[in-house]
Each structure stands twice: as structure tokens, then as C-alpha cells.
Design a protein around this ligand. Structure first.
Ligand code: PEP
Ligand code: MG
Length: 313
């Protein structure tokens, strides 16, 4: 039995053989940022910018956004902060971006689709993020939610670069992006896998609906196989493939994700200690063996069991 992870020293994320896996935090507010710093996050892997504006009736100005982003980035001098542009729609509607009623909002005008339809809002946000980058010492990256193909990737990367952002990536939340991972990684600087939505869309199971919750399981081998496609493509392209969905907060699954090719993990800060401790118990070869076993499972339950079982040798 290992020591209580919470009392273990805060060290940079790594496996038993020293293979580095930066452990980052998911944040939505300056309060979350303070907690992340306290609990030893190596940066922010997902800054959910829409959380700042859920109550706004009108689009925030560039000045308001610059002030908010600068406050958040200032908590992470010298560290990487990945800001996601507004993920409006479905479970997170923003009244100034989502006005039309939709029967199936999870399949509707959300994420990058909504921003593209109101490009001035996206331009203002990227401008404010660039301002915050200039005002702080954080290493800012930006990424867009719900990217479905290379056309959307090219659109977002070009706009980000035009407005002064240097590191521009795509979230992998729609299964099509895993199928097209090579194309996407030719254009994007990195990919960050949002396992909550990737699972919802792979299994066609609404993440907010209790009656299909059993299908909303990131251990499902279909989800793991898509993650492997992304990890392999990232390896070939020499680009980062992070995971920022809740899956990264499950210590046993975090090991499997690294075995599938994840290069960094981002989670709510409260999960960092347990994941840090678990990663230290395996080498990269062992993580890959666990991933291999989980990929062969016939169900999420079996994937959990196979990953936990001892290897054949
Ligand atoms: C995800 O979908 O996994 C994700 C990280 O984004 P959100 O949970 O905010 O939709
Ligand atoms: Mg998502």
C-alpha cells in the first residue's frame, strides 16, 4: 500500500523510469487558479473561458476580457496555460452566442461552429488573449472546442496566428478528429483530448442523461482506440497530445492514457496528487502494456480489469 498521496511531496509529473508527463490543472476562475498553484499544477491544460461569462447577456468587451485573462495568466509565471476559446452551446449555453432554439443542441451550433458564425466574438477573444499574453510571463497556448475536421482546424489556426497567438491547437472531442488525426496535426501545433465530449459523441450517449450514463464511460475500448489513433499521430508528427477530460483524473486510466501516447494530463486540481502518485508506480513500457490490454477489451468494465491485471510475462 502506498502512502497517502496527498501528503507525498509535490514533484513534476513523471513515470517510475523518469519519463515526464506534465500534470496540469483545469480551471475556470481565478479561484481555481489559486487552488491549482497550491496543489502543484505545472500549468493549466484547460482554461474554460466560457465559465467567466455564463451569466452575461452581452458579449464581453476586449477590455473586460483582457483584464480577466491577465488576472488568470498572472498566477502562472513561466508556466504553460492553455486557454480554450468560448465553448458555447449544449451544456454551456451563452445567451450572446446561442440564440436559436435547437432540438439537439449537443449536435448543433456549438463550440467552434458557433464562434465561426459570430466571428467578431472570436476575434475579440483572441485579441484579448494576445493582450494578456503580452502583459504576463505565462506561456499561452489557445485551442478551440468541437473541431471536427481539417477545414475547421485551418480556420482557427490561421485566425489565431493572424491575431498574434503563437501556439494554436485543436481539441479532440468529435470522433472525426481522431480518424483525421494526421491531417489535423499537420496544421495544429497540438491536440488536447476532451474525453467527456469524445465519449459522449463516440457512444452517442448524452453526457447529461442519467439513463445512458453507463455508456458515458471513457474506459470504453472504442474511446481508447480513438485516443490511440490520436496518440500515434502525435508521435509521428512530433506534436503534443494532451488529455484534459475527466478521464485524466482517474489514476488507473491516466496510466493507460500515457500508454496510448498522451504527452500531458490536465484535471481538476484536487485529482493531481493521486494521479502523480500512480504515475510513479509504472514505467513507460508497463503503461504501454496496460494500454495494449485495455485496447483488446470488449467493454469498459473489462478494460478496467485487464488494465489492472498483471502482465503475462
Ligand atoms: C471535455 O469535453 O472532455 C472537456 C474537457 O470539455 P468540457 O468538459 O468543458 O466540455
Ligand atoms: Mg468538451
Amino acid at each position: 500500500a502506498r502512502q497517502s498521496a496527498a501528503s507525498a511531496p509535490i514533484t513534476p509529473g513523471a513515470l517510475a523510469d523518469g519519463h515526464r508527463v506534465p500534470l496540469m490543472a483545469n480551471v475556470g476562475s481565478p479561484k481555481d487558479a489559486a487552488k491549482a498553484v497550491e496543489l502543484g499544477a505545472e500549468g493549466v491544460g484547460l482554461f474554460r473561458t466560457e465559465f467567466l461569462f455564463l451569466d452575461s447577456d452581452t458579449a464581453p468587451t476586449v477590455e473586460q476580457q483582457t483584464a480577466s485573462y491577465t488576472e488568470l495568466l498572472a498566477a502562472f509565471p513561466g508556466k504553460r496555460v492553455v486557454a480554450r476559446v468560448l465553448d458555447a452551446g449544449a451544456d454551456k449555453p451563452l445567451s450572446f452566442l446561442n440564440d436559436a432554439h435547437e432540438e439537439n443542441p449537443a449536435l448543433g451550433l456549438r463550440g467552434i461552429r458557433a464562434l465561426r458564425a459570430s466571428e467578431h466574438i472570436l476575434r475579440d477573444q483572441l485579441t484579448a488573449l494576445a493582450n494578456a499574453q503580452a502583459a504576463t510571463d505565462a506561456q499561452l497556448s489557445v485551442m478551440a472546442p468541437m473541431i471536427a475536421d481539417v477545414d475547421e482546424t485551418e480556420y482557427f489556426v490561421a485566425l489565431g496566428r493572424e491575431l498574434g497567438l503563437e501556439v494554436v491547437g485543436a481539441m479532440a472531442e468529435v470522433p472525426s478528429i481522431a480518424v483525421l488525426a494526421d491531417q489535423v496535426l499537420e496544421v495544429a501545433d497540438f491536440v488536447s483530448i476532451g474525453t467527456n465530449d469524445l465519449t459522449q459523441y463516440t457512444l452517442a450517449a448524452d453526457r447529461q442523461l442519467g439513463s445512458v450514463a453507463a455508456l458515458q464511460d471513457p474506459w470504453h475500448p472504442a474511446v481508447l482506440r480513438l485516443i490511440k489513433m490520436l496518440g500515434d499521430a502525435g508521435g509521428r508528427a512530433g506534436k503534443g497530445v494532451g488529455v484534459c477530460g475527466e478521464a485524466a483524473a482517474d489514476p488507473a486510466l491516466a496510466v493507460v492514457l500515457v500508454g496510448l501516447g498522451a504527452t500531458s494530463l490536465s484535471m481538476s486540481a484536487s485529482a493531481l496528487a493521486d494521479v502523480r502518485a500512480e504515475l510513479l508506480t509504472v514505467t513507460l513500457d508497463e503503461a504501454r502494456e496496460r494500454a495494449e490490454r485495455a485496447l483488446g477489451a470488449r467493454s469498459a468494465t473489462e478494460a478496467r480489469q485487464l488494465a489492472a491485471g498483471s502482465s503475462a510475462d
